[in-house]
Design a protein around this ligand. Sequence first.
Ligand SMILES: *Cc1c(COP(=O)(O)O)cnc(C)c1O
Length: 355
Amino acid sequence: MKKINFGAGPCILPQSVFELAAEAVIDFDQLGLSILEISHRSQAFIDVMEEARSLVLELMDLDVSTHTALFLHGGASQQFAMVPYNFLNKTAAYIDTGVWSQKAISEAKKVGRVETIASSKENGYKSVPTDIPIKGTYDYVHLTSNNTIYGTQFDAFPSFADIPVIADMSSDILSRPRTYTAFDLIYAGAQKNIGPAGTTLVVIKNDFLSHLNALDRFKFLDYSAHIKAESMLNTPTVFSIYTSLLNLRWIKQRGLAAIFSENQQKASLLYKTLDKTEWILPFAEPSSRSSMNVTFTIPDASHAALFDSYCKKYDLHGLKGHRLVGGYRASLYNALSLSSVKILTDVIDEVNTHV
Ligand SMILES: *Cc1c(COP(=O)(O)O)cnc(C)c1O
């Protein structure tokens, strides 16, 4: 029995993507070879890489003449280090919205000066800062667009004048149409909305490369080396990139506008249900609520136990909150349907008749 997966990552992908990926494991493109055994230098895989790199830009409404997409290793976590290692000269500005941005800050501090220009620490990361003062000059400002653990999200982005903007968009990339041109570098671990774990998407504005610092960098941690090698500096994560391509094709076929509209319906249905349910406490402040990760707690242990047992009965999986914050988290990534969210809200309503 296929479960409904609300897990935060690695996460649900469209069933058709799972099926096509499974086919390719047995026989890729009728080559008589598995995707797991073909050479990354074969024309078949070069075509996959090229299509994935250009399709991602197309979906972000970016032009290949102004932006470059890379599929790297190391997860978003490696980008926490690579961003400052490549672009921190004097001082970088960071916005602290919780665990992931703190990890980015702590890596950047190993490279140079960091100023945390805004933080929502004081209210326990229940919201994202809205009023962000920018005084002075910075090499870049770094923010996390969606806070996977706390369930908060920037709906609109603050303006930072002419300071380059770098964003960790791991958990909400390609979940909505967005003005991606406002960013100089975007990165995202694939395993939340793009594909399986293993590859990390990096999109760089070509002009921003003139801001590279003067370090003599390790080649593998150097964006320009990866760009020069067309994202094949060494063996790429072939299967992860191929499966990501399958998912990018699925996104294109459905259209980002249609996906966004369903994502909004999913989030609004769930938040509405949480708000009217007395034994549930939504975590994030309404103004900062994430459409991707919906966080809540059930303070009464007996209510929680009842809710857990109903989730089990209806095969709802992955609702446990992050180990650092506890509680519950329902992740509503692109591949999770409105009807799946409806099953969760029905479960909440059913538990409600028993409390
Ligand atoms: C999951 C996540 C990360 C970490 O990703 P890895 O690929 O596991 O390194 C970083 N930032 C955000 C916002 C995340 O959701």
